[in-house]
Design a protein around this ligand. Structure first.
Ligand SMILES: NC(=O)c1ccc[n+]([C@@H]2O[C@H](COP(=O)([O-])OP(=O)(O)OC[C@H]3O[C@@H](n4cnc5c(N)ncnc54)[C@H](O)[C@@H]3O)[C@@H](O)[C@H]2O)c1
Length: 331
């Protein structure tokens, strides 16, 4: 029996995560869920409930959590990634049947450094009307995510890694990141993986003009966050974009999208991104047969035009989409 942490989260998280749980339960795997309803405590930090659950299970499926814009408390999402040293954020970008897109057959992976950069959250007002945000980049964190990316490429038979940076302006911080990635790229074991460097602004233009030229994208925390949503748009939107936060001891799987307050509670949120994240989770914990079975059911369901959700140009509701996937799970 495998015990897993489930964090339904806020907004549409409740609909898409609990719906995904229903699907996984229908696979008949030996999984027991520890459901964390309060990931945040009164002090707006990681709750004891979440801390305890993840330290036991080591693996979680998480919905999005609200972060106030401009003022208010700091992001719990960022805190979870730092606290559990989930240093690599892996986001597959793959064309799926059913989504309207301008591009064909996209298949790339974004690997984002997940623990530092401007997301260190070190901000201060140094004088009235003058604010400062600290960008932190270290050799250790750059090395570990670079090694992770090259190892990932090797194990998943990927051919090329493109590192996105702004080292022409941020010479020290992005300069260090680039230098460490470059060093790792020169290791003999990675000689068959093509290595490329692109300045982030040029990369954004190329992603829109010719996204098929990319295979694995490796970048820092802020650029990775922005480029992930851009790339989700290339394959039809946030409804399709899954993700994993991976570290040496813990793993938390979650969709790229947020709480979508504009559609929360309406029963129209697309659960696909969370379902795809759960397939990544099943693979991660070694339940490969379950992952294959669910993946087949998802692809089969998507092959019918009547199974389209609103963000795919259809009318299906969240619950109906979930039920159709469950009914398409075959032994
Ligand atoms: N990992 C996380 O927990 C995470 C990630 C991103 C944003 N957030 C938080 O979510 C909140 C809202 O952020 P936002 O509005 O910028 O981004 P968002 O991703 O919540 O929504 C952006 C747009 O995409 C649509 N959308 C998102 N997911 C969808 C889905 N599954 N199906 C159909 N449509 C979907 C929304 O309706 C909205 O129009 C903020 O508090 C933000 O901090 C959390």
């Amino acid at each position: 029996m495998k015990k897993l942490t489930l964090i339904p989260g806020d907004g549409i998280g409740q609909e898409v995560v609990l719906g995904t749980k229903q699907i996984i339960d229908s696979l008949g795997l030996n999984i027991q869920w520890d459901i964390v309803t309060n990931p945040m405590n009164d002090k707006k930090r990681i709750s004891e409930e979440l801390e305890k659950s993840l330290s036991i299970t080591k693996v979680g499926l998480k919905g999005p959590l609200t972060t106030p814009i401009g003022d208010g408390f700091r992001s719990i999402n960022v805190e979870i990634r730092k606290r559990f040293e989930l240093f690599a954020n892996v986001r597959p970008i793959k064309t799926l049947q059913g989504f309207k897109t301008n591009y064909k057959d996209l298949d790339m992976i974004i690997i984002r450094e997940n623990t530092e950069d401007l997301y260190a959250g070190k901000e201060l007002e140094i004088a009235k009307g003058v604010t400062q945000s600290m960008k932190i980049v270290t050799t250790a964190a750059s090395d570990r995510v670079a090694k992770f990316a090259f190892q990932y490429a090797l194990e998943n038979k990927r051919k090329k890694i493109t590192v996105l940076h702004k080292a022409n302006i941020m010479k020290l911080t992005d300069g260090l990141f680039l230098d460490r990635v470059r060093r790792i790229s020169r290791r003999k074991i990675y000689k068959d993986i093509e290595y490329e460097e692109l300045i982030i602004d040029n990369a954004c233009m190329q992603l829109v003009m010719n996204p098929n030229r990319f295979d694995i994208i490796l970048t820092g925390n802020l650029f990775g966050d922005i480029v992930s949503d851009l790339c989700a748009g290339l394959v039809g939107g946030l409804g399709a974009a899954s993700g994993a936060n991976l570290g040496s001891n813990y793993a938390v799987f979650e969709p790229v999208h947020g709480t979508a307050p504009d559609i929360a509670g309406k029963g129209i949120a697309n659960p696909l991104a969370t379902i795809l994240s759960s397939i990544m989770m099943l693979n991660h914990i070694g339940m490969k047969d379950g992952a294959i079975k669910l993946n087949k059911a998802v692809l089969y369901t998507l092959s019918f035009p009547e199974n389209r959700m609103r963000d795919m140009g259809g009318k299906l509701k969240t619950k109906d989409f979930i039920n159709r996937i469950i009914s398409n799970i075959k032994d």
